[in-house]
Design a protein around this ligand. Sequence first.
Ligand code: BGP
Length: 462
Amino acid sequence: MTLEYKFPEGFWWGSATSATQIEGAANEGGKGKNIWDHWYEIEPNRFFNNVGPESTSDFYHRYKEDIHLMKEIGHNTYRMSISWSRLIPGGRGKVNPEAVTFYNNVINELIENDIEPFVNLYHFDMPLELQNEGGWESREVVEAYAAYAKEAFRLFGDRVSKWFTFNEPIVPVEGGYLYDFHYPNVVDAKRAAQVAYHTAIASAKAVKVYHELDKTDGKIGIILNLTPSYPRSENPADLRASRIADLFFNRSFLDPAVLGEYPQELIDILTEHGQLPVMQKGDLELLKANTVDILGVNYYQPRRVKAKENLPNPYSPFMPEWFFDHYEMPGRKMNIYRGWEIYEKGIYDIMMNLKENYGNIESFVSENGMGVQDEDRFLKDGQIQDDYRIEFIGEHLKWLHRAIQEGCNAKGYHMWTFMDNWSWSNAYKNRYGFVSVDVETKERSLKKSAHWFKEVSNNNGF
Ligand code: BGP
């Protein structure tokens, strides 16, 4: 068969999930509470259809069946996360033996099925006790995270050689401290800056701990949602607005993680507005010395930016969006089932930026996917006919392929997500999986895209 889009030998094909979104068993197996369990307890109506995190997709009990499905649909790699509050129920101290057994079983099952596990340490799920101590605002919590990371490397590092410190660390900053869609529902830009800073420091600490273990075949990275920023026009005000959006939403994590330093313009803006976080002596050296080996890129949609007509006065409290407005590009292509723009070339632009400005760091697409509300409307002959998802993935893969042809160092593609899962306060509203899950019975069935993906993976192209 001749393939128009052939990927490099050994390309990683798979998907990503996260613990709180799939495991369920939130009150089982010795797990402690995290912020999601707590927020749902106190405000269930903030969750779509009042569905909470207690059972989600029940991976905890069905992991074997699920891993067999992964194998069946051509996964050679798979990204999961460890639930911190399952492994170490209070966030620090004693390890939960039932969690060790569970994660050992999952990792071993993956390996037996020739699927390499990529393990992420933190996907939005702070243990409640630590949140009560101040969460990422607290420097002690940073230390607790580093100890948790060390424990995870010790327990599973003999079989796992791709580790990730955080998934989309900017999202808890936005959700928990700026825009009120994660617990603790604070809206305070200065505190948000502190949380962002501590997360970057925590990531560097975990990188340091891992590198000190001297695992020659192991790599540690971070997973960032890089949302390329496109100005409405070439006029200087729009260009500046777009640059500021990029500074806050991309470079605030990308630069410290990959280059080991903050962009000067970001520091200047924060200083000017009295938002500079509290730093400790030695922090900047820590960042510089502990950059990541590998970068996961989550990409869903671009950010279209135009300059504000009138800058609000006074600026304070400072938030990036005080500087710009969102802009709807005429004629844009939309995922009408989620309300997000589709711009496939974004993936190419991100990869070329990494090549040109970030030392062509080893990377992969760690999330990309299409959320669809009421997806059952596409059910026909017992299968979800998700041709729109096939097209979505295919078009993104074409641009990824082109970036690879032009020399970018991308090693794989992971779809978000393996199976329909519980997406935080959106719960089961938007379905993203290759595998559909009946929210009541938890029954699984493959969507059309799963069969298509299997072919792509088996042929290493399409
Ligand atoms: C990403 C997160 C995932 C997932 C996805 C879909 O940003 O890493 O955890 O939730 O977004 O989000 P939604 O269901 O809101 O469309």
